[in-house]
Design a protein. Structure first.
Length: 278
């Protein structure tokens, strides 16, 4: 029989939990993220039956490298679904129904968070993944970091000229960084969004976004501030991408704001440069 709970320690535990809840701690985590795909505990459910695809399905994205879990089934499912979306609203609905990404059932996410902004924006902003505020409100970058991002985009003359999304569409528990496997599974939806919005350039916000989108290993401090060509998995889409610092990092390190500002100016300089005839 388990020992009877000591009322004093129970009271202590309750008040500690209440204190953590007040401070915004709403998930219990281990020190290391558990990769449920690799652990074999997550099996993507079969794809829901939908009308036949009307757009091209790109080949399965190769697995990132040795030791990576095999997510090809979930990726193929995401590709087939994404290809069916003819509009951004349809894409949002397909993402909301998708159960192939483990994040959608890990408990931290209450809803899928897809995108906000101008559907024909010349710039697509791609962040890492939704946090608690985004999960509550169902839109990306609406918390403190998002407010800073909006102020910076506004100061650079980009208000109303951006479409904002993330590499994953569900809040990772404890706001941890999304794993490469989770990002790979969600990538077909990101690529379909690029096809539908048809931006002229990408702004990749934060290291987890830049590394995943560009398939690069370097940290954001060495990637940021220079144009790097982004290519879709099937090679059919290519766009210039500007990696920059994440606004959550800038909130902690305000001295770095000038570097992010320089990145935005480099981006707007190209955006507003008159198009040269070919
Ligand atoms: N950080 C991100 O990368 N994306 C969001 O939507 C919010 C915070």
């Amino acid at each position: 029989m388990p020992p009877a709970a000591d009322p004093a320690s129970r009271l202590y535990a309750e008040s500690l939990l209440a204190f953590w809840a007040e401070a915004g701690v709403d998930a219990m985590l281990l020190d290391e993220a558990v990769d449920r795909i690799e652990a074999g505990k997550f099996v993507p459910p079969p794809a829901p039956t939908r009308p036949a695809p009307t757009a091209t399905v790109s080949p399965i994205r190769p697995i990132a490298g040795a030791g990576q879990p095999d997510v090809s089934g979930a990726v193929a499912q995401a590709q087939a679904l994404a290809a069916q979306a003819e509009t951004l609203d349809q894409l949002a609905a397909l993402i909301a129904d998708f159960e192939g990404c483990p994040l959608s059932s890990e408990g931290a996410a209450t809803q899928a968070v897809f995108a906000r902004g101008a559907p024909d924006a010349p710039v697509m902003v791609i962040g890492e993944g939704p946090g608690a505020d985004e999960d509550r409100q169902g839109a990306p970058f609406v918390g403190r970091a998002g407010q800073l991002l909006d102020r910076m985009l506004g100061a650079a003359g980009l208000t109303g000229r951006v479409f904002i999304t993330n590499t994953v569409f569900w809040r990772p528990p404890g706001n941890r960084t999304p794993t490469p496997a989770e990002q790979t599974i969600c990538a077909p939806f990101v690529e379909r969004a690029v096809q539908l919005v048809k931006p002229r350039m990408l702004l990749l916000v934060g290291g987890a976004s830049a590394k995943s989108m560009l398939k690069r290993d370097e940290g954001i401090l060495s990637l940021r501030g220079r144009w790097i060509e982004w290519r879709s998995a099937d090679g059919s889409l290519e766009l210039p991408a500007m990696p920059t610092l994440h606004p959550a990092f800038l909130l902690r390190q305000p001295a770095a704001k000038k570097r992010a500002w320089a990145d935005l100016l480099t981006l707007t300089e190209r955006l507003d440069r008159p198009e040269r005839p070919e």
